[in-house]
Design a protein. Structure first.
Lengths: 234, 292
C-alpha cells in the first residue's frame, strides 16, 4: 500500500533521515519506534506532504506522492493525526470534525459519518458544541483521531498518540487504534511507548539517528535483546 | 454633554469606516501574520472606482458600492498573488517591507496615471440633515453606519457558517493542521484578501460620499488609523477590529470637538503607544493556548 524507498530528508540544515526504506501493507499496523529526535515525525510529515524529501521515493498504491500537495494526499486516502494533537482551538468540536471532512463535496450527507464517529467517541458527542480548547488532553487526542477519521482514510498515520496522557487514556487510545484497524483501516504508528506499540503492531521498524536499525514482526522486536535494553527499559 | 453626544454620533460614522478597514488588517494578520500596509490604498482605489462609476456611468450609488467591493476583492487577490505569495516562506519582515512598497506603488501609480489632484466625489445621494432631539444627523451618516453594520454581520455569517470561513479560522489557528485536513492554505489566503479588500472598497466609496473629496494619498492616514484600531481591538480578533474602529473614530471626533483638531492624528497614535505599553494584546487579546 505504502512504500518508502531510500528516503533522505534534511531538516534545519541537518540530515534528519538517511536512506530509510520501509513498507506498509494493506490491513497492517506498522510501527516506527525510536528515541525522541530519531527522525520519526519528519518521516510522517514528509509522507503527508508537509515536508519535501531531499531524495528518495514514496509511493502510495503504486503512485509516487513525494511531491504531491497535502490536499492531494489526503484526497488519495492518507490522513495524519499530528503529534501534540493540533486541534483547532476556538472552534467547536463539531467544527473541528467538519474540517476533517473538508475535501468531501459540498452537499455530501455527512450524518452517517458523524453517527459512526460519535458512536466510537461518545465523549465527543456530549461536547460537540464546546470549544475544542476546553477538552482535556485525552479528549483532545480523541478529537484529533476522530477528525482524521472524518475523511475515511485508507491509511491512518498516527504521530505519538499516547504522548502526555494518563495510563487509562493510553489504554483507551491503543484499544481504539486496534478497533479502527480491525474495521479495515491500515495504520502507520509512531510511538515512544515502544512496548505498547509493538504489542499491537503487525510489524515494526526501529529508527535511531535517522536510520533504520532493525525490523521485524511486533513479537520478534518485543523479544529482541537490543530492543529490550534500549527502548523497553531492560 | 450635548456636544459629546453629538460627537458620538459623528464618531460612529467615521468609526464605521475605520472598522471596515480594520477588519481587513486583522483577518490578513490572523491568517498569514502580515500587516498589509497596502490595505489603505485598496480603500483609495475603491473610492476611485466609485468616483468613476458614479461620475461617468451615472450608476446607482448601491451599484457603485457593490462593484467597488468586487473590484477591490479581485485587486486584493491579485496583489497577494503577485507580491506576497512569492514571499510565503521568506522572513516576515520581507513581506512587511514589500507591503510598504506595494502601498507606495499604488499611491504613486495612481498619481502618475490619473493625476494627484483631489476630486469632488459625486453626491450620488443628496445630503439631508435631520434634527432629532436637538442632535443633528444626516442621511449619509445613517447610510454609512447601517451599511457598515450590515457588512459586519454578513462577514460574521461567512466566517462562522461557510466552509471557507471555517477553513479560514482553521488556518489562522494552525496552518499545518489545516493542511493535514486537505485545506489548501493558498485558497484560504486568497479568500481572506478578497473579503478584507471588499470591505475596504466599500469603506472607500462611503468615505467619498461623506467627505466629498478623494485623492490618491487618501488611504495613508486612515490606513494607519485602522491598523491602530485593529491593534486596540487585539490584532487577529474580528470583533476586536470592529470595536477598535468605532473607538478610534469616536476618539478622533471628540478630540476635534474639544478644539484640538490639530492633534486628532496625534491622539490616535498616543492611544497606539499606550495600548502597546500596557495591553499589547489589545482588548480582545489572543485566545488562550490549547492545553498540552
Amino acid at each position: 500500500m505504502l512504500k518508502v524507498s531510500n528516503l533522505y530528508i534534511n531538516y534545519g540544515g541537518i540530515q534528519a533521515v538517511r536512506d530509510v526504506s520501509f513498507e506498509v501493507h494493506t490491513g497492517e499496523i506498522v510501527t516506527l519506534i525510536g528515541a525522541n529526535g530519531a527522525g520519526k515525525s519528519t518521516i510522517l510529515k514528509t509522507i503527508s506532504g508537509l515536508m519535501r524529501p531531499k531524495s528518495g521515493l514514496i509511493t502510495y498504491e503504486d503512485q509516487p506522492i513525494q511531491n504531491a500537495s497535502s490536499a492531494t494526499i489526503v484526497g488519495a486516502g492518507i490522513s495524519q493525526v499530528p503529534e501534540g494533537r493540533h486541534i483547532f482551538a476556538g472552534m467547536t468540536v463539531q467544527e473541528n470534525l467538519e474540517m476533517g471532512a473538508f475535501l468531501k463535496k459540498r452537499g455530501t450527507d455527512m450524518s452517517s459519518t458523524f453517527k459512526d464517529i460519535f458512536a466510537r467517541f461518545p465523549v465527543l458527542a456530549e461536547r460537540k458544541n464546546q470549544d475544542a480548547a476546553t477538552l482535556s488532553g485525552g479528549e483532545q487526542q480523541m478529537l484529533a483521531m476522530a477528525r482524521a477519521l472524518m475523511a475515511k482514510p485508507k491509511l491512518l498515520l498516527l504521530d505519538e498518540p499516547s504522548m502526555g496522557l494518563s495510563p487509562i487514556y493510553i489504554q483507551k487510545i491503543f484499544d481504539i487504534i486496534q478497533s479502527i484497524n480491525e474495521q479495515g483501516t491500515t495504520i502507520l504508528l509512531i510511538e515512544q511507548n515502544a512496548k505498547q506499540a509493538l504489542s499491537i503492531a503487525t510489524r515494526g521498524y526501529v529508527i535511531a539517528s535517522g536510520e533504520i536499525k532493525l525490523e521485524g514482526t511486533g513479537k520478534e522486536l518485543l523479544g529482541n535483546k537490543q530492543v529490550q535494553s534500549a527502548y523497553l527499559g531492560g | 454633554m450635548h456636544t459629546i453626544i453629538q460627537q458620538l454620533i459623528n464618531g460612529l460614522s467615521l468609526g464605521s469606516i475605520y472598522a471596515l478597514l480594520a477588519l481587513g488588517y486583522t483577518m490578513v494578520y490572523g491568517v498569514i501574520k502580515l500587516i498589509n500596509f497596502a490595505h489603505g490604498d485598496i480603500y483609495m482605489l475603491g473610492a476611485f472606482w466609485g468616483y468613476y462609476v458614479l461620475k461617468f456611468w451615472h450608476l446607482n450609488f448601491f451599484v457603485a458600492l457593490l462593484t467597488a467591493m468586487v473590484f477591490c476583492a479581485i485587486l486584493g487577490v491579485v496583489i497577494e498573488f503577485l507580491a506576497y505569495r512569492p514571499l510565503r516562506h521568506a522572513p516576515r519582515i520581507t513581506a512587511l517591507i514589500t507591503a510598504i512598497g506595494v502601498s507606495y506603488l499604488l499611491e504613486n501609480g495612481m498619481s502618475y496615471l490619473f493625476g494627484a489632484s483631489a476630486r469632488n466625489f459625486p453626491q450620488a445621494i443628496e445630503q439631508q440633515n435631520y434634527h432629532i432631539g436637538g442632535f443633528a444627523i444626516s442621511n449619509i451618516q445613517v447610510l454609512i453606519l447601517v451599511t457598515a453594520i450590515v457588512l459586519m454581520l454578513a462577514l460574521q455569517l461567512v466566517i462562522k457558517r461557510s466552509k471557507m470561513g471555517k477553513a479560514m479560522r482553521a488556518v489562522a489557528v494552525d496552518q499545518d493542521a489545516a493542511e493535514l485536513m486537505g485545506i489548501n492554505p493558498n485558497h484560504v489566503i486568497s479568500f481572506t484578501f478578497a473579503l478584507g479588500s471588499a470591505l475596504a472598497g466599500a469603506a472607500g466609496v462611503l468615505i467619498g460620499l461623506y467627505y466629498n473629496t478623494i485623492d490618491p494619498l487618501m488611504g495613508m492616514t486612515p490606513g494607519i488609523k485602522a491598523f491602530v484600531a485593529a491593534v486596540v481591538g487585539g490584532i487577529g480578533s474580528i470583533p476586536g477590529a470592529s470595536l477598535g474602529g468605532f473607538l478610534i473614530g469616536i476618539l478622533e471626533t471628540i478630540v476635534q470637538a474639544v478644539g484640538l483638531s490639530a492633534y486628532k492624528d496625534a491622539a490616535v497614535y498616543i492611544v497606539l503607544i499606550i495600548i502597546l505599553l500596557v495591553m499589547p494584546s489589545g482588548i480582545f487579546g489572543k485566545r488562550t493556548k490549547e492545553k498540552v
